[in-house]
Ligand binder design. Structure first.
Ligand SMILES: Nc1ncnc2c1ncn2[C@@H]1O[C@H](COP(=O)(O)OP(=O)(O)O)[C@@H](O)[C@H]1O
Ligand SMILES: [Mg+2]
Length: 322
């Protein structure tokens, strides 16, 4: 309950600012409000929405939701979506990433493997803007320099990241989780008013089918299995229509059946999205059957099909043979 009081205080403070937008409510606050049926919150939200409507009349600013889903500068004419070139980063003198080159095509599904400490997570941190490299180039398409953008800008430009631990709203239904993650004109207001356009419903349905959770749509996310939660989280990322999806160890803790289903899901996403999967599980990587890059001491040691990789002497030495 004290959490709610804190929320209340925070919100009152927000309301004092003249130009608050509904987007300032975090998903957690909205979830808490739906769950607790907090009438005060809803009333404030309505007022805020009225404030926002009056802001519509202003012509001196462009609102987030009026902007195109993808950065117009995203240029993939050359068929390449992500370039990392000569990237290095040191932590306390230790080169975690060392002259790394990586090129991901549009619609490609790429697996990244490598022993612990090889730099896989750091590489994802660099792509998403969480870590800035000491040297090198990181581009999305040929016009978006990711090194000049912060984490939020990179996410808005179409880079989605799925962390190992699923972070779904357990108290909300599968459908509501997807609804809250929707990109574009989706506002908190319309979540409360339950006014979804036909197109938006279709989009949620499409993602439900893709992640195989149609039958669980009305279930609380908290009652899903571990694997189902992982798929829901991938679905939540898909609602934001990312160009590039980064997935860190998706099958850790999954049953064999769930692993097979995850391989199918990731394969089905390729084409419409570029997908980069970091994974330890060799059987899983084999079942995805995509190009594999082996990371070792912060750079790419080998790249090719899983068969090429398995027959590569250097790889055997540092990784598969260990
Ligand atoms: N923020 C950090 N500070 C210091 N060292 C780090 C930091 N992040 C990663 N490292 C080090 O960089 C190396 C690569 O780590 P990481 O990218 O997590 O590897 P992987 O994901 O392949 O296991 C490791 O030796 C790790 O200890
Ligand atoms: Mg890691």
């Amino acid at each position: 309950m004290s959490d709610l009081k804190q929320l209340d205080a925070d919100l009152s403070r927000q309301m004092n600012s003249a130009s608050v937008l509904t987007s300032q409510f975090t998903d957690q606050e909205v979830a808490a409000s739906i769950y607790n049926k907090d009438a005060g919150f809803t009333a404030r939200l309505a007022k805020q929405t009225r404030d926002n409507v009056s802001q519509f009349a202003r012509r001196d600013q462009v609102f987030e939701f009026l902007k195109p889903a993808h950065n117009p500068l995203l240029d993939t004419r050359h068929n390449m979506l992500l370039y990392l070139e000569g990237v290095s980063v040191s932590f306390d003198g230790f080169k975690a990433i060392n002259d790394l080159n990586l090129y991901i095509k549009e619609g490609e599904l790429r697996c990244i493997i490598g022993p612990n400490g090889a730099g896989k997570t750091t590489m994802m941190d660099i792509i998403t803007g969480k870590t800035k490299p000491d040297t090198g180039q990181v581009w999305l398409g040929s016009k978006l320099n990711l090194l000049k953008m912060d984490e939020a800008q990179i996410a808005n430009a179409g880079v989605g990241r799925k962390f190992q631990k699923p972070t779904v709203f357990e108290c909300l239904s599968v459908w509501q989780n997807l609804e809250l993650s929707m990109s574009g004109t989706r506002s908190v207001w319309s979540v409360f008013r339950a006014k979804l356009s036909g197109e938006q419903r279709d989009e949620i349905e499409r993602v439900l089918v893709l992640i195989g959770l149609q039958e669980q749509a009305a279930m609380d996310a908290g009652s899903l299995s571990h694997g189902q939660k992982q798929w829901l989280e991938i679905g939540m990322l898909l609602m934001q229509k990312p160009k590039l999806l980064l997935v860190d160890e998706p099958v850790a803790g999954m049953t064999h059946q769930e692993m097979d289903r995850t391989a199918e899901l990731l394969n089905s996403l390729a084409g419409a999205h570029s997908v980069v999967v970091v994974e330890h599980d060799m059987d899983f990587v084999r079942s995805i059957a995509s190009t594999v890059s082996v990371l070792h001491q912060g750079s790419v040691l080998a790249e090719g099909s899983m068969t090429d990789i398995q027959n590569n002497a250097k790889v055997k030495q540092v990784y598969l043979g260990e």
